[in-house]
Design a protein around this ligand. Sequence first.
Ligand SMILES: Cc1cc2nc3c(=O)[nH]c(=O)nc-3n(C[C@H](O)[C@H](O)[C@H](O)COP(=O)(O)O)c2cc1C
Length: 182
Amino acid sequence: MKKKVVIFESKYGSTRCYARWLAEELSCPVFEKRNFKPKDLKAYDVIIYGGGLYAGGVSGISLLTKNWEILSEKEVILFTCGLANPDDPNNVTHIRRGLGKVLSAEIMDSVKIFHLRGGIAYSGLSFVHKAMMFMLRRMLLKKDPSELTSEDRQLLDTYGKQVDFTDRAALEPMINVVKTLE
Ligand SMILES: Cc1cc2nc3c(=O)[nH]c(=O)nc-3n(C[C@H](O)[C@H](O)[C@H](O)COP(=O)(O)O)c2cc1C
């Protein structure tokens, strides 16, 4: 039986929620990235890392880039958690383009990548995040509406609100892939 671990970084809780569900489904330990010592990666065969999406980047993705020497020997699964709907192929292309900027071609080829949908609660955002979203919205409102992507429209529709798209069933494809690694 392969030893599995789920590690995550979550600022407002959506990625944490998916990480805990996954660990329950896979009966394996789950750690917040800040509480996990990278040298302990050696003890596992299958490492699942999840991070929230922030301005196109994945929170805590340095766990993969900084420890690739250890991870290259392992089965690595990465999941992103963002507001954009991953059922829309354009959103997935956009997320992968962002990942391609920080992950080497070798990492992109080796890691199995999944995309999950989180949520947002504007009232709970930090000052900096509120300001970022305010500026992003202002920029989008200046654009010609025909140029807006579905991700842009999603952001405008949910701006200022509280939405939660976390869905345990969305983990099924990832769980199935982990089970094939046994
Ligand atoms: C400042 C900011 C930037 C964000 N950028 C993106 C983004 O580029 N793509 C996306 O899909 N979601 C984006 N989101 C939404 C978050 O990814 C979403 O709230 C997610 O559920 C956060 O997960 P976490 O709470 O586990 O950190 C952004 C949210 C904030 C506050």
